[in-house]
Structure formats: C-alpha cells, structure tokens
Design a protein around this ligand. Sequence first.
Ligand code: GLN
Length: 475
Amino acid sequence: MDLHKLSGWEIAGKIKAKKLSFEEVFDYFHNRIIKFNPQLNAVVRWFDKPLEFNRNSDSPLAGVPIVIKDNICLKGKETTCASRILKGFVSPYDSTVVQKLKNAGLQILGAANMDEFAFGSSCETSCYGPVKNPWDKTRVPGGSSGGSAAVVSAGLSPVSLGSDTGGSIRQPASFCGVCGLKPTYGKVSRYGLIAFGSSFDQIGPFSRDIQDCLYLLNIISGKDPKDSTSVQAEPLKNLSVQDISGLCIGVPKEYFIEGLSEDVDKTIRQALSFFKNNGAVIKEISLPSTEYSVAVYYILASSEASSNLSRFDGIKYGHREKAESLSEVYFKTRAKGFGREAKRRIMLGTFSLSSGYYEAYYLKALKARQLIKEDFKAAFKKCDLMITPTSPTAAFKIGEKLDNPLSMYLSDIFTISASLAGLPALSVPCGFTSQGLPVGMQIIGNYFQEEMLFNLAGFYQKNTDWHKKIPQEYE
Ligand code: GLN
C-alpha cells in the first residue's frame, strides 16, 4: 500500500481499524527516509524506533509518524538548531509540543534540517549542509523550516512540525507545495523551542491535507504554565467546507508589487477568481505600513536573537573550544560555533540595542510595529480574512541568494507583517509556475481565527487537487 499518498488521519483510521499496526506504519516511513534522505538532506537525525508514545490514545492522529524541526527539544536526544555550537547538546526534557504529540499517540521519526538557529529563507545555512527541494533538487526548499516542508512534500512523513518567526513555516510550505500554518502568537506553547525572536516565535504544523493541519494544531495548542505568553482557547471544530458565500476576502494592494513574479501573480489571481465564482466577496484593502515591515522585522527579530543567543557560550550547552581562560572559551567557542548568518544577526541585533543607537533603531522599530498592527486592525473591520501570495517567487536556485542577504531577506516580504502583528497565517498550495514549481497562497486571519482559515482552505481543497500532487520521483 502506498501509505505516503494517504493523509495522516487516513493512516490513523487504518490503525484504529486494525488494518495496519503502529510498527508497519513506522517502518514504512522510516524506510522512505533511509531511501530518499541522502538526496534531500531533509532529516538530520532519525530513530530506529519511535520515541515512546501513548499507544492507547484516541486522537484523530494516533499512530501517525511525524518529523520535528531540530530546534524543538526532544528528551534524551541531541537538539542542535543545525548549529555547530549546539553539537552534542542533549535535551534533558521534552518541549511541551512534543509531550502533547506523544500523549496523542504520534510516532516521532526524527529531526528535520533547518537554517542555523532558524535564520534564513533557504536552508542553506545549516551546519549539516543544504536541503534540496523535492520538486527540483537544484533549488532550495525555502527556510528556515525547509527540512520539515521537504519531508512532507516527498512523503517521508505525513506531517511535521516547524517554527515560524517571520515566515519560516509558510515560505517553505509554499516552495514545497504543502500546507503550513503559523498560529496566532500565544496559541502554541514555546516551552522547549530554542528561542530566536521570543515575541514572534510560534511552532506550527505542516501537512498536505488541511484536515491534518487542523488536527495537529488542536493537539499542540493550549495554555501552558511553562510559557506565560500561551493562552487557553477552545479546540477548533471540525472543518466546515460547504459554503463560502458572503465571505469577504481582503486583498491588500501593497502585496501586488514590482518584484512579484508573473507566474505567482497569475496563480494567486486564479485562486481569487475561484473564490469569487463560489460566492465570496473579493475586496481590495490597504495595509499602508507594509513598506516598513522588512526593516522593522530585521531590527526587532535580530535584537531578540542577539539577546537569546548570548546563552551559548560554551559553558552550559553543546560544543566547547579548548582555551586558556574563561573569556577565551567564550570567544573561541562563539567564533567557531556560529555560522556567518548567525554572527550577522548577533551583530545587527547588538548594534540596534546598544546605547546611542537604541532609540534610533530598536525603539523606532517597536513604534513602527504598532503601526503595522493598527493597519491590520483597521483592515479586519472591512474583511473577514486576507489572501496574498506567500512569497514573491517560487523556489530559487541553491546558491542564488546566499551572498546577498538583502535579496534573501526580501523573500519574506509577504510573511513578515503577520508575524509582526502576531496574526495567524496559513500557506496553501494553489498551482504551479510554468517551470513546474509549486506556488502557495497565504491566508491571513484575525487573532485566533484559525478555524476560518482552515474552513476556507478546506473548501479550496475539496474543489481542487493541488495538494495531492507529489513530485514525480517520490510518487
Ligand atoms: N527568513 C526569516 C529570517 O531569516 C524568517 C525566519 C523564521 O521565520 N525563522 O529571519
């Protein structure tokens, strides 16, 4: 049986009906990793047997295999954020999301490759080497959760978890032709997620089938006493995909700009016409502060990163360089342990926070963040949700942007605003470019309106089959 063509909930159904055993399912995907990972480099660590899980769970994903991004702590396993500095660090505890997955009966297969410390949009900054896009191995899978997106796209696991600070779930989801959700800030506990930008970071699900994304979100979300920014919310109801008539979809005009590829533009407009033909109201809206988002994000997220990464000094975690004195340990470990992009972020952030520059950069960026939030607040009075392209282009070539950080940063231009505002946003596959590369549309909702995003995506998936396409080699 081609288990990799089934959704997670279908696999769980077969296990429940005793048509498949936990072990058969685990072995099937474990073997696919062994077979295909050498060409994709999407998984950095995989296990011979699943991590201990609850065999009696009645969750809709009980028994389903999952891959976890390498910045989410797994008890007793190395967790490295794809950085040399954390090589050898074995987490003494499980992150909250991992605990919840184990309770819900999911079988953890392994850890996904990523950009070092989640800095990047291409998965080229990993200390394990770049991840390849299953649709075209000369191209990047997106980043920073590129490994998590690639495993689902190539059918090495039905679902996975990633993390999103400025687009790291949505952009790789769009490059790899799968669904990926960044939940509302606070929806999912960050306990055990190695921090990048603490006021942005959210863990979220990847899947091909949107129903799987919803189930996974229900499993991992909720108030956690160990993360004071997490909040309690009702679990989402099952998909309701019958009708979208009267739904008002806002289309921010600032997202259809120069630099948006023609193919992407065309594909998104086709999806919009589809919604319109099915009774939705499409309304042009404006988010006037959008032009500041990239600058604001790279100041704030780097500032938070420079502070969060100061704990990696060779003493407590991971790798330590030999040296004559304590300060030399710090210098040598950090100099050898961090890659170029991590150093760039630390320097940018430290600069923005330093006295004399703080007001001009960090504080100013905080004020601009507020403007961006207010834009959304005003816009959501005029529409129920928004649709934009997830990224201005489809997957680019490996190496194409590595030496040009600015052009790399601009590939997040459409995902960053929702991150600054803390809003939920979902990328859903909606077609292909003329070169056969997947395109994703981003659906942005108001705070805690994930249900609305899923229902729209569910309606779309019921009537289209983009999400069922699998790259030929992995059929
Ligand atoms: N690409 C963005 C960055 O480099 C976003 C990364 C992320 O969301 N973790 O910061």
